[in-house]
Design a protein around this ligand. Sequence first.
Ligand SMILES: [Zn+2]
Length: 373
Amino acid sequence: MKFEKIIGQNEIKEKLRQSFYTNRLSHSYLFYGIPGTGKLSLAIAFAQFISCENKKENDSCGECPSCKKYEKLIHPDLHFVFPVISSSGKKSISDTYISQWREIVLDDPYFSFREWMIKLGSENKQGGIFSDESSEILRKLNLKTFESDFKIMIIWLPEKMNISCANKLLKILEEPPQNTVFILVSDSREDILATIRSRTQPVKILGIDDKSLKQALIEKYNIDVERAEDIVKISNGSLLEAEEQISISEETKYNLSQFIKLMRLCYARKVDEALKWAEDISKTGREMQKSFLHYCSVLARENFVYNYQLSPINYMTREEEEFAIKFSKFVTEKNVALLSEIFNLAHFHIERNGNAKIIFTDTAFNIMKVLKN
Ligand SMILES: [Zn+2]
C-alpha cells in the first residue's frame, strides 16, 4: 500500500517519511486514535516505504520486488499480529487466519474490529491476542531478515492482548532485537499496559481532514457534494463513522419507499398488489423486516404529530415530511394507536420467526381496515 492510497493524513505521512530520512526510526511506534482514520493503512504504507528498494521522495515506488510483495501483504519480513478467535482444532494465532486477514485488508483497509470478527465468522465470540501468539512473535523475531534491511511487525489492536502475551511482548520491547520495527496500531491506547505504552513512541493519528474525507465519500459512494458535507460534519474525521451514517440513511430511504408504497396500496385497497408487496418484502432478511416495521411504527406516530401540529419540532427528514404533507391527515386520534399496534404486533411475530408472507399480508389487510374507518 502506497501513502497516496490513504485518505488525507498528509502531516503524519510527512512526519513518518522524515523519521526515516533523518535516521530517526524508532524501534517501536504506537499509532493511536479513534477507529476509521487510516491507522492500519498508515502502518502498512510506512512499512512498505521503509522496505522499498527504489523510493520516490514522497512514497514507495509500488514496483520494486519488495513493493510487489507488500502490495499482496506477502513480504517475508513483514509480520502481522491481530486478534483472533479461539476455535477448536485450530491454533489461536494470527497465522491461522492470515489468508482472511490479507483478504479484508486488501479489499478495504478501513475496517472495524467488529467487521473483522464477522469476517472470522464470529460476531459473538470474544476475539483476542492469546498466549500462543507470544511464542510465535518470538519465533518470527528470531528469523533472520530475508530480503529487507528491516523486519517489521505490525500489531493491530494490542489492547486486545491477554496479560501473559502482553508481558512477553513487554520483555521484547525492553530489549528490542536489531533491525526490527514494531508498529502497534491501537483504537484504545488507555487499555494497553502502561509499561508497554511507555516503551513505544506515541504517534497520535487525528481524524481525516474534512476536505479529504468529503472527496473520498463522493468518489466511493457516488453521493452529491451537499450530502457528503452533511455526513462529514457528524463523522469526527472517521471514515467508518461516515460509512455508518451512509448505511443508516440508505436504510431509511428504503424503509420510507416501502412505507409509501404500502400506504398507497392500502388506501386505494389494491388487494392483488398488496399481496404481491407482502410476497416481495417477505423475501428480504428478518433484520430488514424488523427495521422496516419499527420504522413504520415511528413514522405513523410522527405523521399523527404532524397532522395535529402537536409539537413545533418534528423528527422527519425532508423526504418524510414531503410525504407527510398529504398523508398525515389520514393518521388521526382514532387510528394512530391501532396503526402502531399493527406494526408492533407484526414486529413481534417476525422476531419469533413467524411466516413473513402471512404476517405482511395480515399487516396490509389490517391497515386497509384502519385507513377506511
Ligand atoms: Zn518499491
